[in-house]
Design a protein around this ligand. Structure first.
Ligand SMILES: Cc1cc2nc3c(=O)[nH]c(=O)nc-3n(C[C@H](O)[C@H](O)[C@H](O)COP(=O)(O)O)c2cc1C
Length: 365
């Protein structure tokens, strides 16, 4: 079906087709019959492949990455096409328009996307109205950012405002310090700044856990452009502060293998196929320090079950996709989950986790 619609969507400007797709999903979710049909056609085909991570039970390990549903309009629709979890946002405390258009580019020959959206956000108020209305069909993560005009030394205030607002509605919360499109944001990954940030966030998490009588896990989303020493420093700080998870990675400012691509000169973060080895490198390096003590959510260039398996074996516990959904359509979720189930059966065990452990530790090729 998506094979028929894709040529039409790809003739439209990237952001227009993105809005159209979300609009259709939103409209569909208002008709119970339409979403029941989506569930029957897509989600029902997906095998159960449960994993337990961050104290949560995920029906399968394939999630929607942040950035597609920034206004929290369509979570149930994404669950109905089979995602094991959905990450909404990035949302900033106050509304902001993001960068001027055009700001989203498809590099079709390279199965990639460049975006410099710049946290276009309706702000927390609109986000919460939508989130409260959402029918819960699965696990929801909320990804938080800072406003562009919030000074760097006050960044933590924006994250704390976001945490307090979304805490009652989120299954986990992501702190996004790795978008390349908000000036200065990535500097928060530097060790001293990160130490102070993580300490403040964890204190607030403890307070909120008591006042809400529920502990919501916190994940940190990092960039693929960190050098080895910086990845090690981030991993060390995650352990020191006992963070609940790390998401690796966001988009890259590098342009690997794109010398002959004119659109590669566009400023912004690159996602899709060329990002794959960069994000896997970060996951592998994180795992070398973390050794499973803090779960890793792997994201970047995953299109197939083979790509997902590579991330899991490198150290990830869950994975997320974004560009694959744009290029391959909703059926990609089914393909990846079914392919992972086949991998698990080939190892001859009854849980995905065990299949990964065995492969990681070399008892399986
Ligand atoms: C158009 C676009 C917008 C994005 N917006 C966000 C965002 O708001 N917050 C975020 O954490 N990541 C954002 N991302 C990054 C994705 O969540 C993901 O980390 C990245 O695209 C790599 O995954 P992929 O190769 O499967 O696309 C965005 C990606 C794209 C393509």
């Amino acid at each position: 079906m998506y094979r028929l619609i894709r040529p039409l969507l790809f003739t439209l400007d990237a952001e227009t087709s993105h809005r159209l797709t979300l609009g259709l999903l939103h409209a569909g979710s208002r008709f119970p019959g339409a979403m029941a049909l989506a569930r029957r056609l897509l989600a029902a085909k997906i095998p159960e492949l449960p994993v337990n991570v961050m104290g949560l039970r995920f029906p399968n390990p394939v999630g929607l990455a942040a950035g597609l549903d920034k206004e929290a309009c369509c979570a149930s629709g994404f669950h109905d096409i089979g995602f094991g979890f959905v990450e909404l946002g990035t949302v900033t405390p106050r509304p902001q328009p993001g960068n001027p258009r055009p700001r989203l580019f498809r590099l079709t020959t390279h199965t990639a996307i460049i975006n410099r959206m710049g946290f276009n956000s309706g702000g927390l108020d609109t986000f919460l109205v939508n989130l409260r209305r959402t029918q819960r069909h699965g696990l929801i993560g909320v990804n938080l950012g800072k406003n562009k005009d919030t000074p760097a030394d006050r960044a933590i205030d924006d994250y704390l405002t976001g945490m307090r607002a979304v805490y009652p509605y989120a299954d986990y919360i992501t702190i996004n310090i790795s978008s390349p499109n908000t000036p200065g944001l990535r500097d928060l990954q530097e060790a001293n700044a990160l130490d102070a940030l993580l300490a403040g966030l964890r204190d607030e998490q403890e307070r909120l856990a008591i006042s809400h009588d529920r502990r919501v896990p916190l994940a940190l989303k990092i960039a693929p452009d960190l050098d080895e020493a910086s990845i090690d420093a981030v991993a060390g700080l995650l352990l020191t502060h006992q963070f609940d998870a790390v998401i690796a990675t966001n988009t890259t400012t590098q342009r690997p293998g794109l010398d002959s691509e004119p659109l590669a000169r566009e400023t912004g973060g690159l996602s899709g196929l060329p990002l794959k080895p960069l994000s896997t490198r970060v996951i592998r390096r994180l795992y070398a320090t973390l050794h499973g003590r803090i779960p890793i959510i792997g994201v970047g260039g995953i299109f197939t079950a083979e790509d997902a398996w590579e991330k899991l074996v490198a150290g990830a516990d869950l994975i997320q996709i974004y560009s694959a959904l744009i290029y391959r359509g909703p059926d990609v979720v089914h393909h990846i989950v079914s392919g992972l189930a086949d991998k698990m059966h080939a190892v001859g065990v009854a849980s995905l986790d065990e299949a990964i452990q065995r492969t990681r530790h070399g008892s399986v090729a």
